[in-house]
Design a protein around this ligand. Structure first.
Ligand SMILES: Nc1ncnc2c1ncn2[C@@H]1O[C@H](COP(=O)(O)OP(=O)(O)OP(=O)(O)O)[C@@H](O)[C@H]1O
Ligand SMILES: [Mg+2]
Length: 257
């Protein structure tokens, strides 16, 4: 009998298990081995940064984890379900129910007010009380006063917060973000980190995001580093930074200039 059968919940359980995952892109005559045997286990409630040089396979790995694309080999269990064996329809369904995405360029619809942007995943999932739920999600990211603003009427940081509200409105098991602070200035990036930290701490949402910024990465509790399609480092952050409570070393350097 498993813990799920007898109604008890173990203290932690893996929400993501990937084993020996590979992804090979065929470019005419050439093969690009974007992932070359990645094995990682992520427990529910973890907060993880993915780092590594350009071309090391970070976005490829996020696409596989988000069921946006299928791996060439290996195994992927999402919340105990074998994703590797799923049909496209099943993948779309699991994406909608279990995963929230946040992208570097926000991926918002240009002329649509924030509230309707956030309602979209609820429409796809045929959920009720869409407007109330969307409003609550926007309040969670501190945009309760901006629900009727269109992207052009919001700052970059606020647009990214709309995208985060859209990612969490379906109450996903995990949020995956590919360089969510990449297009933001330091202050807006810190605000996004503050929201991620709060969602992780208060709602227990598992969060994985890609960053090139070592200082941003130190706001998480675990850093996984890729190089050439494999995991080269997997480390715990002993004392994660609290967003807004510490200054980026380069900012301090600027102050003293
Ligand atoms: N659709 C594709 N077709 C062919 N090759 C691809 C494709 N997507 C990625 N690649 C190749 O796979 C490798 C990994 O790419 P990926 O986008 O995962 O890197 P990354 O770590 O996200 O880099 P960056 O930090 O620049 O975003 C690269 O060599 C890239 O050229
Ligand atoms: Mg990338």
């Amino acid at each position: 009998m498993t813990a799920a059968d007898n109604g008890t919940t173990p203290a932690t359980r893996p929400v993501i298990v990937i084993h020996d995952m590979t992804k090979v892109y065929l470019m005419g005559e050439y093969e690009v081995r974007a992932l070359n045997g990645v094995s990682v286990e992520i427990d529910q409630g973890e907060f993880v940064a993915i780092m590594g040089p350009s071309g090391s396979g970070k976005s490829t790995m996020m696409n596989m984890l988000g069921a946006l694309d299928k791996p060439s080999g290996g195994q992927y269990l999402l919340d105990g379900i074998d994703v590797s064996a799923m049909s496209d329809d099943e993948l779309a369904d699991i994406r909608n129910r279990k995963i929230g995405f946040v992208f570097q360029n926000f991926n918002l619809l240009p002329r649509v007010p924030a509230l309707q942007q956030v309602e979209l995943p609820l429409i796809y999932a045929a959920k009720r009380e869409r407007s109330e739920r969307a409003r609550r999600a926007l309040e969670l990211v501190g945009l309760g006063e901006r629900v009727h603003h269109r992207p052009s009427e919001l700052s970059g940081g606020q647009q990214q917060r709309v995208a985060i509200a859209r990612a969490l409105v379906n109450e996903p098991a995990i949020i995956l973000a590919d360089e969510p602070t990449g297009n933001l200035d330091s202050k807006s990036g810190t605000e996004v980190m503050a929201i991620f930290q709060r969602l992780n701490r208060e709602q227990g949402i598992t969060i994985l995001f890609v960053t090139h910024d070592p200082w941003i990465a130190r706001h998480t509790r675990r850093i996984i580093t890729l190089a050439d399609g494999i995991v080269v480092r997997d480390e715990i952050v002993p004392t994660p930074l609290v967003a807004g409570q510490s200054k980026r070393p380069s900012d301090e350097a600027l102050v003293h200039e």
